[in-house]
Design a protein around this ligand. Structure first.
Ligand code: HEC
Length: 141
């Protein structure tokens, strides 16, 4: 009986410890945890991506296979491939690439400096999530 009580107590201590360690609102430390706010941003980003015609070159799902993709050299990149982003693949770097375009000669990537910051942010977040979506597919059997 006494053992039983000790057991229950240690469960209580463990639970309290768990609550303390996860209850600090610090979920952002884990890169795989997507907050509800981010999910909304990603969904908005997908809509802006389609609305602003990125898909004509990069494809509806961003795989670099849009209707006009064949016409360009260098080709529109596969946005799921983290290594294809020559100017950086994090949300802030992507936002700059979209805003300023690619200035190298012969590059077809236009600049979108007329887009409001919130739209640029949402699209950048969406493209960041596309890179992660492929990684998780590859790691599962
Ligand atoms: C006219 C075709 C075209 C359209 C429209 C277009 N892109 Fe691109 N994009 C390209 C091409 C081509 C490249 C590769 C260019 C290069 O490497 O010089 C590219 C590259 C990129 C890159 C990679 C930048 C890097 O780091 O190298 C990103 C990100 C990107 N595009 C996002 C977008 C988004 C978002 C939109 C819509 C808002 C868009 N693109 C619209 C043709 C296009």
């Amino acid at each position: 009986m006494a053992k039983h009580v000790v057991f229950l107590m240690s469960i209580g201590v463990l639970t309290a410890g768990l609550l303390l360690s996860t209850g600090c609102g610090n979920n952002s430390a884990d890169p795989d945890v997507v907050s509800a706010r981010d999910l909304k941003l990603i969904e908005e980003g997908r809509e802006y991506y389609l609305m602003h015609g990125c898909a004509v070159c990069h494809g509806k799902e961003g795989r670099g296979d849009g209707l006009t993709a064949e016409r360009f050299y260098p080709r529109p990149i596969n946005l799921h491939d983290p290594n294809a982003y020559l100017q950086g693949n994090t949300a802030p770097a992507i936002r700059q690439s979209i805003k300023n375009g690619i200035r190298r000669q012969g590059s077809a990537m236009p600049k979108y400096d007329h887009l409001p910051t919130n739209e640029l942010n949402a699209i950048a977040k969406y493209l960041e999530s596309l890179q992660k979506s492929d990684q998780s597919k590859e790691s599962s059997p």
